[in-house]
Ligand binder design. Structure first.
Ligand code: HEM
Length: 175
């Protein structure tokens, strides 16, 4: 097997876009907007919707990856770096799942679903700072940013230094 299944590849790129967008918009816009700002409701509605879709698609991707298999390891790879890559990939999945679960926990704790989507009429709380999942969400967001940077640098290293064609395993073309 030379490359990942097309479904696994497609979900990789859709999730990459969604996760990078959510990390950037979450930390640069959403967390910077006070809950008293009228635009916060829209920001939360978009963020929570995209976050739930990301969580569901991540679970679909894990199942698809297990069921369709992984490509053979690249010949002549460094065993230490392969272990690091394996650990990074595991932590990436875990990080995204924890982001989804901590986000949903915040939403449940403060009835954000009712306020944002179902017009319950209740005001947003002053902030989310007293919620433990809010602390987890912020901490894991920073961890994910570091892991994504490592993951990106590893891909560039394979593509431009080792030139071992590893990236084509995550492409759509059959070679
Ligand atoms: C799974 C992908 C997700 C990513 C990558 C993500 C990313 C982020 C980031 C980066 C922040 C700002 C953190 C900070 O600066 O401390 C944030 C805040 C937040 N997220 Fe998410 N999130 C995700 C899913 C969710 C879900 C599923 C929900 C709820 C259903 C949610 C609800 C929130 C809330 C309520 C905040 C707090 C905003 C504030 O403090 O004003 N997130 N998210």
């Amino acid at each position: 097997m030379k490359k990942y299944h097309t479904i696994v590849v497609a979900l990789h790129w859709v999730l990459a876009l969604g996760i990078i967008f959510s990390l950037a918009a979450g930390s640069l816009m959403l967390a910077e907007t006070p809950n008293s700002d009228p635009s916060k409701m829209n920001g939360l509605a978009i963020h929570m919707g995209i976050g739930i879709v990301i969580l569901l698609l991540t679970l679909v991707r894990i199942v698809a990856r297990v069921r369709t298999g992984t490509p053979d390891p690249v010949a002549g790879g460094n065993p230490m770096l392969e272990k690091l890559a394996h650990a990074t990939h595991g932590l990436l999945y875990l990080g995204v799942i924890v982001m989804g679960i901590s986000g949903i926990s915040m939403a449940l704790a403060d009835d954000l679903g009712g306020i944002v989507y179902f017009g319950s009429g209740e005001p947003l709380p002053e902030n989310f700072d007293d919620l433990a999942p809010r602390f987890v969400h912020g901490l894991v967001a920073t961890g994910l940013m570091v892991l994504i940077a490592l993951h990106f640098l590893a891909a560039v290293y394979h593509q431009h230094v080792l030139k071992d064609g590893l990236m084509s395993r995550m492409g759509f073309r059959d070679k």
